[in-house]
Design a protein around this ligand. Sequence first.
Ligand code: NAD
Length: 352
Amino acid sequence: MNVFSDTAFDGHEQVVFASDTASGLKTIIAVHNTNLGPSLGGCRMWPYATEQEAIHDALRLSRGMTYKSALANLPLGGGKSVIIGDPRSQKTPELFRAMGRAVEQVGGRYIVAEDVGTSPADMEQIASQTKHVGGISDGKDPARTGDPSPFTAYGVFIGLKEAARFKNGHDDLTGMRVAVQGLGHVGYHLCQMLYDAGAKLVVADLNQASVTKAVDAFGATAVSVENILSVDTDILAPCALGGVINDRTLEKLRVGIIAGAANNQLEHARHGDMLREAGILYAPDYVINAGGVVEVHYCREGKPVSDTNKHIKGIGATVREIFDRASQQNLSTSFVADRLAEERFGLRQHAA
Ligand code: NAD
């Protein structure tokens, strides 16, 4: 089992392995960097095939949070935790209370929130054991349910509009064609905002019921999941899976802008350069999908949702800075985003 030599280790400050025999908890808590503040990141519950796979995922995701929070101008570092187990059959209140005790032992250097396989209800159990937790309804504001997705969608919408402004000289989306891949928690909220802004939607999802709902509510045009990446539209918003921009899909793309919520949209870093060479403006995923982490932070600080939304609006200025630098220096927007994040959290100084 490798930790220090894992390809995603990247100078992690701390990696904690914790277990609880009674509840069956096996967790890895990874704290990548706390230069800007305590690390914050979701707790993913997943039936990892091997322990190495779980370690790798914790390290990779935790590092990503350092970059995301730095570019979101939050006083937070990057961390993440994984619970090895099947969320469909192995979740119990005891398991999450044990997780809460494990988080408590990290002493505030890691703040946990929900992620794939965990929910606001699970965070409530964790909260019975530690105060270092976010992603819970505050019971006061109906807009604050503990679900970060509407805030993530708002940040994506802001980033997408900024991309339209950079490309077209204005951010009026009236009549613009936007293809949305994935109509889940984030994708559906995004469709609502795009529809309200006058965009024409083209949608696809594996779940036919979600497609029908979007067609009925927004007059969206439905296409198959096989064709959504090759439709001729102004903008593509990937809101389903990672790795959708790759050698196979790049030549099919017929869009001017890519701006969506899905994490790790580029299969490899070089695909950022290939998008630039193809004249496609890419709004880096982790920059524009940071709305959820912003909300988790503001909720923990006891600040109103209006403050969250004001902060999320600032994603527009960050995206603009990335686009400007990338165009001045003939670099890909994804490369520039990484260097800007590193400047902010102080890893290294680059010329970009
Ligand atoms: P979700 O699971 O609610 O929705 C994903 C949707 O994509 C589902 O409806 C699923 O059926 C659909 N889908 C899966 N494969 C597909 C395919 N090949 N073609 C078309 N549709 C497909 O997830 P979510 O919370 O909406 O998150 C969407 C993406 O955004 C994920 O990559 C997630 O990591 C990322 N993200 C989410 C948040 C958040 O606040 N929820 C924050 C940051 C990033």
